[in-house]
Design a binder for this molecule. Structure first.
Ligand SMILES: Nc1ncnc2c1ncn2[C@@H]1O[C@H](COP(=O)(O)OP(=O)(O)OP(=O)(O)O)[C@@H](O)[C@H]1O
Ligand SMILES: [Mg+2]
Length: 336
């Protein structure tokens, strides 16, 4: 993989809007999605395109009319299970060292590294999410407000890339720490992306009451960042995720950590069911949309699967810049 193309410095006299602003200009997601506008804040965008993205599926033409527009239902926040206060337990696992060179090579944010277009864009995405988390917490959403699901319609759209970069960005916050959870049980890649190893994980804790999820959390040498592996895949991952034990296990991830943000990396919504099951437990879903690759129909279908989530935001990934700063390619008719 190659590093991102550098984004040209804004001209001082006529400042170039940020990628996010430009993406918002170019893509009218509310028009595309026909969903409740209050649930779809302006799309943030992940920076810098891939050198050569491999479309998973050829883009489909824009559907002129959609018979059943996605209408996410407003669901009440998930109730936190009532339990006796439990003293948070620190993980007994050794601190894992995260390979900074590997982060740099894979275009991830490097802690204490120079400010880059990537770190800046994720900083903006983070700020918006943290503001939304605060609003939801103040509105009484409970611990679900502290959880963010990173999802996408199809494979290869940049979920893991976005989850890791967002986690690295939040880890730099003075008032928050972040727990990055690999919830892609069939194809876990968080640990390998960070160059660390682990044994037990979320699915082990869900499947076996004898496994304490706190004991599966790997502390890292990046201040404020810890990681929960996916654990052993079962044939009934989604059933475990839908079970009552999930409420209890997820609650333990933030017990004693009122400022912790939990980020779940997940499998593609249209290929596997865990993301839809997890969407029931999170306050926020960040739907990664690969510019020029994700089809409108796939996006609509995927949004329908997470409609129970309180806050859904779209993250536009792989946006291309032109020298004029105008063209992002097209988004199936909604571009130029
Ligand atoms: N904006 C980006 N800039 C550079 N590389 C990126 C970007 N987005 C994704 N990639 C790279 O593209 C590849 C696919 O991304 P990623 O693994 O995050 O996709 P995914 O949605 O998690 O896929 P899967 O559904 O298979 O888990 C990875 O090599 C990742 O590092
Ligand atoms: Mg992934």
């Amino acid at each position: 993989m190659t590093m991102h193309d550098p984004i040209k410095s804004p001209d001082k006299a006529t400042p170039t809007p940020s990628l996010i602003e430009r993406a918002s200009e170019m893509y009218d997601f509310r028009k595309v999605m026909s969903v409740d506008a209050s649930k779809l804040p302006a799309a943030p965008a992940a920076p810098a395109p891939l050198a050569a993205p491999e479309p998973v599926q050829a883009p489909e033409p824009v559907a002129q009319a959609v018979s059943q527009p996605v209408q996410p239902s407003v669901t009440p926040p998930i109730a936190t299970p009532v339990a006796a206060p439990v003293r948070p337990r620190a993980s007994s696992l050794p601190v894992a060292r995260i390979d900074r060179d590997r982060l740099r090579e894979s275009a991830f944010i490097v802690p204490d590294g120079p400010v880059t277009s990537i770190s800046e864009e994720f900083r903006i995405i983070k700020r918006r999410l943290l503001a939304s988390i605060l609003a939801e917490a103040n509105a009484g959403l409970g611990v679900a407000a502290q959880r963010i699901l990173i999802c996408s319609a199809q494979p290869n759209e940049g979920k893991t890339y976005s989850a890791i970069n967002l986690a690295l960005s939040i880890a730099t916050e003075k008032d928050h720490d972040v727990l990055l959870v690999d919830a892609d049980f069939a194809k876990p890649s968080i640990l390998s992306s960070l160059g660390i190893t682990g044994q037990l994980g979320l699915m082990d804790a869900l499947a076996d009451p004898a496994v304490a999820v706190e004991d599966c959390i790997i502390p890292t040498d990046i201040d404020g960042l810890s990681v929960l592996p996916a654990g052993r895949q079962t044939n009934t991952d989604s059933e475990y995720l839908a079970s009552a034990r999930t409420l209890e296990v997820l609650a333990r991830l933030t017990e004693g950590h009122p400022r912790r943000i939990v980020i779940f990396d997940s499998p593609p919504l249209l290929a596997a069911s865990p993301a839809a099951a997890l969407a029931q437990h999170v306050g926020h879903a960040l739907m990664v949309v690969r510019a020029d690759v994700t089809s409108e129909r796939a996006l609509r279908d995927a949004l329908g699967l997470i409609s129970g989530c309180n806050q859904i935001q779209l993250l536009l990934n792989g946006v291309k810049f032109s020298p004029s700063g105008r063209s992002f390619g097209s988004y199936y008719g909604y571009g130029e």
